[in-house]
Design a protein. Sequence first.
Length: 237
Amino acid sequence: MTEAEVVRRVRETWHDGGWILTANVDIVRAITRDRSLVRLASTATLTVADGMPLVWAGRIAGRDIPERVTGSSLVHTLTHAAALDGRSVYLLGGAPGVAERAAAVMRRQSPGLKIAGVAAPPVGFDQHEDTLRSVIDDVVLTQPSLVLIGMGFPKQEKLIQRLREVMPNAWYVGCGAGIPMASGDSKRAPVTMQKLGLEWAHRLAMEPRRLAKRYLRDDLPFALRLLAGAAVRRVLR
């Protein structure tokens, strides 16, 4: 699906609810190593390719993946759709103050947007049932139509699973770094780098200590194997 098609699908099914898995190379790599994550990912209502290597691999293998659809972009297009339709949005994740700043930016971009609430749970909140339940209760109390959760995979997806058990008629997006990017605390790569599939290099330059191991040791070799495997599948077909 294109991003416009994703947004249209959500707008047509606000009352039905669902959740969007924004799959990038790191997420796909994690899923291939853990069967429980396969089961978790398979419950997604929509799965989009949040990473150019996935788009390229799909096309090489002969699958129709029209474009990259990122969580950091859906943060803006879906909140704009929510504003147009009179729906409310809850922002969950990021460091203290980040979600509030992101909400202010979203209100400026989409006049009339209803922010149901924001929260920045402390690290490890999901390791204890009482603190996890407190976060879930706070979200459910506001009854938003759209919940944006930026906590990284699979924490955000596991939280989505719990939230859907008690509030199924909302849409959820695990948006990773989408909230700090929306607030301006983190910068996206230039559009040219995004189109060339080099956004990871931009993020690596911004946060080398945190991301070097993940991107260079884990994700880059996996992406190359993914592309090679797609080529083999295409030949065999």
